[in-house]
Design a protein around this ligand. Sequence first.
Ligand SMILES: *Cc1c(COP(=O)(O)O)cnc(C)c1O
Length: 437
Amino acid sequence: MADVDRLLAFDRDHLWHPYSSAAETAPPYFVESASGVRLSLRMPDGSGQDVIDAMSSWWCAIHGYAVPQLDEAARAQLARMSHVMFGGLTHEPAIALAERLVALTPPALQRVFFADSGSVSVEVAMKMALQLHVGTGTGRTRFFTIRGGYHGDTFSPMSVTDPVGGMHSLFTGILPDHVFAPVPPAGVDLPDDDPAMAAWERETRRLYAAHADDIAAVILEPLLQGAGGMRFHSPRVVQVLAELAREHGALVILDEIATGFGRTGTMFALERAAVVPDILCVGKALTGGYLSLAAVLCTDEVAHGVSSERAGGALMHGPTFMANPLACSIALASLDLVQDNDFSTQVRGLEVGLTSGLEPAGALDSVVDVRVLGGVGVIQLREPARVGELAAAAMERGVWVRPFRDLVYTMPPYVTTPEDLSTICDALVQSVATVHG
Ligand SMILES: *Cc1c(COP(=O)(O)O)cnc(C)c1O
């Protein structure tokens, strides 16, 4: 058995954790293994505890852990090769996965670039848009997006992430200055003629018109702004941005890294808006949470535009681990499961369970909003979440949860049973009640 105390001491002194300070004192929990929807933790006193993962490991592990079909896909691919370079070489896992992605997404999207993470896929999408405009000679270099978004942590994605959430003020003069429309009014089902919606559309159109000649592309997360604040907006928001782009000769980039593969109830959130992007980014759940892999899909028009002589003649991007065969094989097996398990029924079940299970939180003094969309359940607090205390309180109730800002939320694995789902909901509601009142 691992000497957890010693390992945690080394972790504290030598490792970075996400969004952490080197001076941070709260120790992380030590995971020994994971199976089904549960993480097996080893506590410093040597005791073990199993907890339900209400986060799906940051929204990726949609089928849970130690999934026999995904394990088998990994083993079968390991026996052939775990990796080869993608420059000048190709292989069946990449080709088969590209075929699947082309079949699953709108017919206009015909070309696939495999990246090694979501942020890199957004880098590639933005580079494609900029390069295309070099090719057409418009000189356009700016992006148009909405506040409250999140597109990744490397510099280009960070430049279109919410200026406050992305800490743009730290990087003034280094970060390119893009154009941000207001946060859209809340609610997926908000009617198009709602006054707040009409006001948002007016302001967004006005802002866009002021910059139209500079805008290379619009970029947004359809329906769900994830790490930027777990906000939901109506399909109309996606349509307005796409219309503006089309009217003014800009491209449409949709970032479905969080929403892709069923999380909001449809395979892709863009289906609800009936918007076909020029460029689409997918990632996170693509490999069922097993390995890091993302993909950028684009139209033939974009692909050929970027490859034109005037645009440089080639897309200058090629990560070392591009199209990693192991990741591609597991992604194929994961997509089989998404379809065989009937994800839409699974996610509908999550939506029903989360809606009734989280509802009691609405009565708490500390809570300003409770909202659910597909397999996403959010409790929004009046004040910043006391993350450590909330996690500990949920853990006592058998659930792993990692709140951020003023948000206590869950994105459970699709395979979560109704019993486990109600354990998650009870743990969230009771933890909020205990810690925040
Ligand atoms: C997580 C996320 C990213 C970044 O993906 P990484 O794999 O963490 O680099 C980009 N866009 C959205 C919408 C995301 O949710």
